[in-house]
Design a protein. Sequence first.
Length: 249
Amino acid sequence: MTAASAPANSGRETPASIYLVEDEPEIARIVVRVLGDFGFTAEWFRTGAELLRRLRTRPPGLCIVDLGLPDIDGMELVREIRRRHAGACGVLILTGRGYTADRVMGLELGADDYIVKPFEPRELIARIRSILRRCEPHAGSPPPTAARVAEFSGWRFDTGSNALYAPDAEEFSLSTAEAQLLRLFLERPNRILTREQLLGERGVSPYDRSIDVRISRLRRKLESDPHNPKIIKTVYGAGYLFSSTVSWG
Ligand code: CA
């Protein structure tokens, strides 16, 4: 591994460790080298089984998952990582397939983002940093306040447990990132919020799709027709608007 040329996470004690599962040695070598150059500790696994074994002993900060693996379907692997480490570890899909359906499916199953082969090293690093920022439990999040329950359009959201209850009482468990986003909307309903406001930071990278990913996941839960959203509306060129009255209890 090459010496670190840039700190991966300034202010952190140890750089985030990243697990890569990829059956093509050429691609794996490139990814591991790029990660090393940017100060990350990377471990490479050739099969899904090897990765799952390692996850049992030590969870990483992030997993990079190639969708086309010899022993297990990449989607199945993403679902399994999420089942074992809900919200605790980021998942970036590496896909050469180029099918939009695959990417969307991967995000539905709990991946945080995807990158298509071949990719630019700086794009890979930008996406990884973006995911790790989201996963950091304390980074950029507001100080914890007392748990409260918000009601909107027949839904209920408990900020203490991140549980979301549908009008028919069905319960959804949101990831930390999804819950943070929903809470931001609930605290400022019926106002246009920019992507920067929703991410809580300035200078959002054009590569940063994390807001769109989370919005899309929230819509799948909240909207009866996610393609024609009534609650989380897109305001073209401006941002998003949470269109509902909200009452806090
Ligand atoms: Ca492959």
